[in-house]
Design a protein around this ligand. Structure first.
Ligand code: ADP
Ligand code: AMP
Length: 213
């Protein structure tokens, strides 16, 4: 099963993608997590990606597509995957589609997690991320057991550099201009499913599992 998560930054794509990955036994592939791991490790890729990410802009398609295609070519992706944060532009979606078609494969579901812009800024300012294992928390909705510490790996939790309010506003603009058109792209391919992302995360997940079966 190959799934694409769509939705604004902060809509809950990562939260739901992790739950889907666990329930269906497929890898959660997040281009944002891959970039953040590279930034943490000080790689050249990380240095380049950071210049865009800190401004709330998209990393160029060519670089992002290369990273993603390398990742999904790995052995653990052979039975499917859930993509979170990719594709984010029409050209990215087209390359993915072309590469899958060559393999006789396709995206089975594109799940759009709908959350209005008004809710997003509040969510992002409360998000805390573990840069070691990729776990995500929210200071009100999903607090860690011990403040500032990851439940899963014990590392320190941080407010992501790109979750500051000004950057979030820019990310929302970028989302509306470059990523929202993917809703039509996947609707035309008859794989689009929409879920209300404003309800409790367990209820969002229930709506998703009702779709996926
Ligand atoms: P995305 O991957 O789409 O950027 P996240 O999954 O990281 O978004 O979620 C953004 C923030 O909102 C996180 O702090 C997360 O814990 C919180 N969150 C996710 N889903 C919900 C929900 N249904 N209700 C309230 N808060 C949520
Ligand atoms: P995310 O963790 O999905 O919120 O992504 C964080 C940031 O990483 C984005 O704001 C972009 O700068 C960059 N990024 C992640 N995925 C992509 C992508 N598919 N295309 C371009 N940039 C991306």
């Amino acid at each position: 099963m190959k799934i694409v998560m769509l939705g604004a930054p902060g809509a809950g794509k990562g939260t739901q993608a992790k739950m889907i990955a666990e329930k269906y036994g497929i890898p959660h592939v997040s281009t944002g997590d891959i970039f953040r791991a590279n930034i943490k490790n000080g790689t050249d890729l990380g240095k380049e990606a950071k210049t865009y990410m800190d401004k709330g802009e998209l990393v160029p398609d060519e670089l992002t597509v290369r990273i993603l295609l390398d990742r999904v070519a790995q052995e653990d992706c052979k039975n499917g995957y859930v993509l979170d944060g990719f594709p984010r532009t029409i050209p990215q979606a087209e390359v993915l589609d072309t590469e899958l078609t060559k393999l006789g494969e396709k995206i089975d579901y594109a799940i759009n997690v709908e959350v209005p812009d008004e809710n997003i800024i509040k969510r992002m300012s409360g998000r805390r991320a573990c840069l070691s294992c990729g776990a995500t928390y929210h200071i009100e909705h999903v607090p860690p057991k011990k403040e500032g510490i990851c439940d899963k790996c014990g590392s320190e939790l941080v407010l992501r550099d790109d979750d500051k309010e000004e950057t979030v506003k820019n990310r929302l603009n970028v989302y509306h201009q470059q990523t929202q058109p993917l809703i039509d792209f996947y609707n035309n391919k008859k794989v689009l499913k929409e879920v209300d992302g404003t309800v409790d995360m367990k209820d969002v997940f229930k709506a998703i599992t009702d779709i996926l079966g």
